[in-house]
Design a protein around this ligand. Structure first.
Ligand SMILES: Nc1nc2c(ncn2[C@@H]2O[C@H](COP(=O)(O)OP(=O)(O)OP(=O)(O)O)[C@@H](O)[C@H]2O)c(=O)[nH]1
Ligand SMILES: [Mg+2]
Length: 343
């Protein structure tokens, strides 16, 4: 299964500035020669890649992206200013296609590519002066810019995988921290295929979270939906291990946590021979207790203490429904991802 982020936009390069028709007029030179300057060049549309961006969310903010036009030339042989280029910054690996679906450029290992050239600036009348015509009274108009509909495509690679029992609130969580709109319902196995969401961290960075169908005890033997979806999060840097803390399921939260980790271990055993396989059971996990809105303070602190004893670190405690502690959690998650990246 592929996760593709797609954005359709129209891009336009700037038109060139017109050349100028002008003649020198100085008090001692009543009939001066031509001095109309050239128009400036229109801006190009350039696409550049950045390692700090990993989705196309920002590009989606506009439908049309246009570079600036060149300024017209003026008298005294002044050239018009060139129009500013327009830069689209996208993640590495973005593919640009035209409206017919043909690839214009695949930005894998490519830092920048000029998608559209700006129009040339028109020549001013100075340019047309020659021995026959000493005083041309015409100039060239600027060249038109170009316009193109393009489709940007990016194969998303998840940074974080959310694991947990069915109904733990995985889809609710992803819907609260990203723009993803997965189906959420009060029964197990609501999610049948993985969902991806892009989580924004401040203005310049983001990361991708994958919500996969829930695991149950015996998943490695095919119970429930089985563990085939774990392959979608094999490449993630870390897991959010989401535990339903409410007890509404009738199961014990700590036992759920142990059972899921056991399934990861079994998955590893079954895949250890696979080329390039990264074991899942040793992947860093952020243990997150969800649905704390359904617990009393006392119940929660007992549960936290139990988890701290078992894992060595304090678990996060959130409510994906009320939003309690979500902001702090996203910040912390971002910090962990950066830390993993730097390793
Ligand atoms: N009280 C409470 N209910 C929650 C919370 N988060 C999720 N739920 C509810 O739990 C149920 C399951 O939520 P989902 O997000 O569909 O759970 P899931 O883990 O994606 O489930 P599957 O897709 O079946 O694996 C829904 O009825 C949610 O409204 C929470 O923080 N508090
Ligand atoms: Mg779900």
């Amino acid at each position: 299964m592929k996760f593709i982020d797609e954005v359709n936009i129209t891009i336009a390069s700037g038109r060139g500035g017109g050349g100028c028709v002008s003649f020198r007029r100085e008090s001692l030179l009543p009939r001066g020669g031509p001095d109309g300057g050239d128009g400036g060049k229109g801006g190009d549309v350039i696409i550049r890649t950045s390692r700090h961006i990993n989705s196309l969310v920002d590009i989606r903010q506009n439908k049309r992206y246009a570079a600036r036009s060149g300024q017209p030339g003026s008298g005294a042989n002044c050239s018009g200013q060139n129009g500013e280029d327009l830069e689209l910054i996208v993640p590495e690996g973005t593919i640009v296609r035209n409206a017919e679906g043909e690839i214009i450029v695949d930005l894998t290992g490519i830092k920048e590519h000029v998608l559209l050239k700006g129009g040339r600036g028109g020549k001013g009348n100075t340019f047309f002066k020659n021995s026959i015509n000493q005083a041309p009274d015409y100039a060239q108009p600027g060249e038109e810019g170009e316009e193109l509909e393009i489709k940007l495509e990016l194969k998303l690679i998840a940074d974080v995988g959310i694991i947990g029992f069915p109904n733990a609130g995985k889809s609710t969580l992803i819907s609260r921290i990203s723009a993803a709109k997965p189906k959420i319902a009060d029964y197990p196995f609501t999610t049948l295929t993985p969902n991806l969401g892009v989580v924004k961290l401040g203005d310049y960075s983001s990361f991708v979270v994958a919500d996969i169908p829930g695991l149950v005890k015996g998943a490695h033997e095919g119970v429930g939906l089985g563990i085939q979806f774990l392959k979608h999060i094999e490449r993630t840097r870390l897991f959010i291990h989401l535990v339903d803390a409410s007890g509404m399921s009738g199961r014990d939260p700590m036992q759920d946590y142990v059972d899921i980790n056991y399934e990861l271990k079994m998955y590893d055993e079954n895949n250890v021979e696979k080329e390039g396989f990264f074991p899942l059971s040793t992947r860093p996990q952020l243990v997150v207790l969800n649905k704390i809105d359904a617990l009393s303070e006392d119940q929660l602190s007992k549960l936290k203490a139990n988890f701290k004893k078992a894992t060595g670190t304090e678990p996060f405690a959130i409510s994906a429904v009320t939003g309690k502690n979500l902001k702090e959690f996203v910040t912390e998650l971002g910090r962990h991802i950066l830390a993993e990246e730097e390793q």
